[in-house]
Design a protein around this ligand. Sequence first.
Ligand SMILES: [Zn+2]
Length: 166
Amino acid sequence: MNWKEAIESKYEGESSILNVLNGDELTPFTEIIWRVSQEAFESPKEIQVVIDDNDELFMSVGTASFVDFPHDMDGGMKLPIKCWIHTHPMGKAYWSGTDMRTLKSWHPLMKSAIVLGYREHQTWQKFDRQMKHVRYAHTKYLENPLHIEKTTNPKGSGNEVEKVIE
Ligand SMILES: [Zn+2]
């Protein structure tokens, strides 16, 4: 399967994100997003996954920020967004300046957000505006190695996004 199918296969509905947001846990869903970010391409890439109000997943690779996401939204995203998830392939999970601007501009239409790093994540929820940072011993839900096709030239990530923008 390709990387998008691999991520889809681990999405078990809202519990996949609620256990992260409220239970401070890693789930198979967030673990596979991190692993894809690290392992599915020739070099680590930023992955973004947006869960819309219909529980549909919209995914992109190598985008600099959510602001760039509308190019991929032709499929008809149902607002509000349940969760915006992205990885920081360098490993540190924090809200960067770009991320803060994204949260600020999207918060009327976004319920929650998660940034994934190496054995850590940070979450944001609209209802209390609280940001939580969580570290964990790596919980291994997934097999080693991942059985996904390597993508050598991911769509939407030309040379100009080889630099890591957090
Ligand atoms: Zn970020």
